[in-house]
Design a protein around this ligand. Structure first.
Ligand SMILES: C[S@@+](CC[C@H](N)C(=O)[O-])C[C@H]1O[C@@H](n2cnc3c(N)ncnc32)[C@H](O)[C@@H]1O
Length: 248
């Protein structure tokens, strides 16, 4: 069976709800690039999945809208409720289109581990720029391109420690993990570090923060091999000054 985000949706929602230190770490690191207080802020969560980041945005007071192309994941998000004091809403939508989001209507776009799934990064950044208010910002995280390249594996050294083995860093494009327990069995679009940065620059975004966070103690306790490597790359990038304002 060829897995898709819809076919692994129940598994993914269960994984996150029973506690995934890596996904909790991603959420917390991504939110560290946004203000603590988001009351009055409109935030789009692109590729929201079952809503782990959308709910956290609402907990900071945001009016948070999550979109995802997986109908099943959006069903899970809707059943998870709203933590408040902000609000959440959800829609099935494609991050390359953002057809449910009005022009220049959001102050922030978060994209947690999702831009590495969109088939067309230029289309997604065009859509993100369209929906952001002038000087709004995109905060994205992706699996670290250097260490999570296609088919990266682990090797065990004589002293019992592990090292990441990466061989296909320059092989940009779609790949699928053969590991039946891996998230990326549903597929993944690998792009290089320069691929992400030059795409942001091409679309007029200004990177403001770039983060390669050290894994936390809960992540290392869960996956000791990850000690010493940043699992994610995070970038906060400001939309161009000249983004046209809302119509009228
Ligand atoms: C690893 S999950 C991350 C979900 C959520 N942000 C989180 O932190 O748990 C990747 C998500 O990207 C979504 N995705 C796949 N293709 C997409 C697209 N074209 N536009 C937006 N999201 C997409 C998947 O459906 C999935 O929910």
């Amino acid at each position: 069976m060829t897995e898709t985000w819809d076919t692994i949706a129940d598994w993914y929602a269960e994984l996150l709800r029973t506690g995934s230190p890596l996904n909790d770490f991603n959420r917390d690191t991504l939110l560290a690039h946004l203000p603590d207080e988001l009351s009055g802020h409109q935030v789009l969560d692109l590729g929201c999945g079952e809503g782990i980041i959308t709910r956290a945005l609402a907990a900071r007071g945001a009016t948070a809208h999550g979109i995802d192309p997986s109908t099943r994941l959006i069903e899970h998000a809707r059943t998870a409720g709203t933590p408040g004091p902000g609000t959440v809403s959800y829609a099935v939508d494609d991050g390359c289109v953002l057809g449910t989001v009005a022009d220049h209507s959001v102050d922030w776009v978060t994209a947690g581990l999702s831009l590495n799934h969109v088939p067309d990064l230029d289309a997604a950044l065009t859509a993100v720029r369209r929906v952001l208010t002038p000087r709004g910002a995109l905060v994205l995280s992706v699996p670290h391109p250097c260490f999570e390249a296609p088919h990266a594996s682990w090797t065990r050294l004589a002293d019992g420690t592990h090292r990441r083995v990466v061989g296909d860093y320059l092989a940009e494009g779609f790949w699928r993990s053969a590991d039946p327990r891996a998230v990326r069995r549903a597929g993944n679009r690998h792009r290089t570090l320069s691929g992400y940065l030059t795409a942001l620059l091409r679309h007029g975004f200004t990177p403001e923060t770039v983060d390669e966070p050290a894994p936390t103690a809960p992540v290392i306790a869960h996956q000791p091999r990850r000690a010493g490597l940043p699992p994610f790359l995070l970038i906060r990038a400001r939309a161009p000054h000249d983004s046209p304002g809302p119509a009228g």
